[in-house]
Design a protein around this ligand. Structure first.
Ligand SMILES: [Zn+2]
Length: 335
């Protein structure tokens, strides 16, 4: 029987949604996230009120869009494959609403995280008036900025380097609307070499009502350790973690995981063996639901965009209370 020809479209949509979506209740105790069954009315109310985080599958790179109410931030944007940058950058631009981009946060100056900017800069229609470009303020970041300016005289955003000595974190320089707070935090290790300094990733700590989400660029363990007290001061909790450095054991330290207790983890991985979640990282995140853009643990392995939503409100379900997250995976992915 051809299923499609007999069932109403609404039903099919429901079936397709079921294939890719999961609702997770993250409680404040040590419990793993609880899988929740939500009625269609609750789903609609939740989604209408949610902030959305999309991690695009870009191969050996990273690109994340945070959006709420027609306003968006791009956190990193690049693919390791030089030939693919223009195509993928263009595909990403096609998914952004006109005038939506309030900021680009270039966590650190590595090409696999920055190569789309040149493409996006050619689309001023995507940016809001006064859009900003944040980077980690290192020499390499400055060089990248100069290169970007050379590629185009009138950039649709202005640069603001994030320094490590900022006295007060969280001055919320990216307006995403009511209920949303954006903290940009950057540390400084003792490293003198430019190559190591390039990894001083700007951390973006995002609050939406009661929900906290942390984005870590490609930070290493030592750098995370340095920033941890400041992160604890801001929140002490990250319900969702953007896992650092494509799942490499160089990062996601036990201290960070124990302290911030992430329960939803998203990772930008690729088919190649150097961009995979390493075993020890997976173990450290064993209390967390892990989603990767290319995950060998979720057969059949395929490239998927990951969409995380939360309305940031406390939900009571079956006697448990917590913040609700929806995670869905989407194919075909951007790649
Ligand atoms: Zn990277």
């Amino acid at each position: 029987m051809g299923v499609g020809s007999f069932l109403p479209l609404g039903y099919l949509q429901e079936v397709m949604d079921c294939m890719s979506e999961a609702f997770w209740l993250v409680t404040s105790d040590d419990r793993r996230p609880i899988l929740v069954d939500l009625g269609s009315q609750d789903k609609r109310a939740f989604r209408d009120d949610a902030i959305e985080i999309t991690m695009y599958s870009v191969g050996k790179g990273e690109a994340i869009v945070i959006s709420r109410g027609g306003r968006a931030i791009l956190v990193d944007g690049g693919a390791g494959n030089k030939a693919k940058n223009d195509v993928l950058g263009g595909a990403l631009a096609a998914r952004l609403a006109p005038g939506s981009l309030r900021a680009i946060v270039a966590s650190h100056p590595h090409r696999d995280h920055t190569n789309f900017y040149r493409v996006l800069a050619q689309r001023p229609d995507l940016f809001a008036q006064g859009a900003k470009y944040f980077d980690n303020g290192t020499q390499k970041a400055e060089d990248d900025w100069k290169r970007l300016r050379k590629s185009q005289a009138n950039l649709p955003f202005v640069r603001e380097a994030v320094g490590h000595q900022r006295a007060r974190d969280g001055d919320n320089r990216i307006p995403l609307g009511p209920g949303v707070e954006v903290h940009l935090v950057r540390g400084k290790t003792r490293a003198k070499s430019r190559a190591v300094q390039a990894y001083w990733s700007v951390f973006l700590f995002l609050r939406y009502r009661d929900a906290w989400m942390l984005f870590t660029g490609d930070a290493m363990k030592g750098y995370e350790k340095l920033l941890l007290p400041r992160l604890e001061d801001i929140s002490g909790r990250a319900h969702m973690l953007k896992v650092t450095h494509h799942g490499s054991s160089d990062g996601t330290s036990p201290d960070l995981v124990t302290s911030l207790r992430p329960r939803i983890s998203i990772v930008s991985t690729a088919k190649d063996p150097t961009h995979r979640i390493e075993k020890d990282v997976r173990e450290r995140l064993s209390d967390s639901e892990i989603y990767a853009t290319y995950d060998l643990k979720r057969p059949p392995p395929r490239a998927e965009d990951i969409i995380v939503r939360t309305d940031g409100r406390l939900w009571g379900v079956n006697g448990f209370e917590g913040v609700l997250f929806e995670v869905s995976t989407q194919t075909p992915a951007l790649t």
